[in-house]
Ligand binder design. Structure first.
Ligand code: NDP
Length: 311
């Protein structure tokens, strides 16, 4: 019987591991199929406190892993294939690894993150990290006084377009329908900013550039007319998919699949099961906020174990 199993190896999972290991919970962390998570697909991380010169995303994840291991976390290069949670205080939760081995645990910390959706054009995929990004707050700074485009018409696209408008010379929003899905307040905000141009009924047909983004070929999806847009950064803001398929039917989630946690805690609807990071947060989605909730999850797990009658 283990005290804590952590699922996921982004900033939330590793921070949970650091705290859990230092509290003698002897955590085992399953790194999953994309070890290190979303930060391994970015280059420079300039907004994580404590790195005055910035740090490369993959390096930061290696260092977080090393820090978690230093206190005794066992990091498994394996994934979790199935879980069977129980709704009972002090009950035993079952976790199955990639080879279907059963692991018994008193607590589980879920840090499986979310995956940004992309357009999945070959030219876009090739240039991720070289001008194509799914996070304006992370990468917008690199396009100071430059022209960029953003795809999407939801609240995220509007929020990121407003953020980019403060930094960049011009922001072109490409919205595939004749209207946006975002809230009225968000739409008003983008309309009020002079350096945002909105192109409705437009989609990206190709990202131009060999090694870095040099422009876009866009198409009007009603007239089929193609044109080119000279930009240096392309931001994709068409939504995220929380990685929660594994927990469907067992944990309470919102309608888009994010795990719902209780108030300011990381508690899920099941005793001993906690969620941290982007898997329970569609609003902030930052490495530092994920790390913060990872810390909270480990503290919540520790307190849960301490309060068990047979402790
Ligand atoms: P949404 O799912 O709300 O919006 C996605 C947008 O991307 C839609 O405009 C959609 O177009 C478009 N889109 C999807 N696929 C493609 C594609 N292949 N090509 C072009 N466009 C595409 O996602 P968000 O991330 O914006 O928001 C997720 C949730 O988070 C929402 O509930 C939102 O309200 C919330 N949120 C709230 C914020 C706030 O309150 N401050 C900030 C950010 C998010 P279409 O409409 O045609 O389907």
């Amino acid at each position: 019987m283990h005290k804590t199993i952590i699922i996921g190896s982004g900033p939330a999972g590793y921070t949970a591991a650091i705290y859990a290991a230092r509290a003698d919970l002897e955590p085992i962390l399953y790194a999953g199929l994309e070890p290190g998570g979303q930060l391994t697909t970015t280059t420079d991380v300039d907004n994580f406190p404590g790195y005055p010169k910035g740090i490369l995303g993959p390096q930061m994840m290696d260092e977080l892993k090393e820090q978690a291991q230093r206190f005794g976390t066992i990091v498994k290069s394996d994934y979790v294939s199935k879980v069977e949670f129980v709704n009972q205080v002090g009950g035993t939760h079952l976790v199955y690894d990639g080879s279907d081995n059963q692991i018994k645990t008193q607590t589980v910390i879920i840090s499986t993150g979310a995956t940004a959706k992309y357009l999945n054009l070959p030219s876009e995929q090739r240039l991720i990290g070289a001008g194509v990004s799914a996070c304006a707050v992370c990468d917008g700074f690199f396009y100071r006084n430059k022209e960029v485009a953003i795809v999407g018409g939801g609240d995220s696209a509007c929020q990121e377009a407003s953020y980019l408008a403060n930094i960049c010379k011009k922001v072109t929003m490409l919205v595939r329908k004749g209207q946006m899905r975002a809230s009225k307040a968000m739409i008003h905000r983008v309309h009020s900013l002079e350096n945002i141009e909105i192109k409705y009924h437009h989609e990206v047909s190709q990202v131009l550039g060999q090694n870095v983004v040099e422009g876009l070929e866009i198409v009007h999806n009603q007239s089929n007319e193609k044109s080119q847009l000279a930009i240096e950064g392309l931001f994709i803001a068409i939504g995220h998919t929380p990685n929660t398929k594994l927990f469907e039917g067992q944990l309470i989630m919102d309608q888009t699949g994010y795990i719902i946690t209780n108030g300011k805690t990381t508690k899920t609807n099941l005793p001993g099961v906690f969620a941290s990071g982007d898997v329970q947060d569609h609003l902030y989605r930052q490495a530092v906020t994920a790390a913060g909730t990872g810390c909270m999850a480990a503290l919540d797990a520790e307190r849960y174990l301490q309060e068990l009658p047979n402790h």
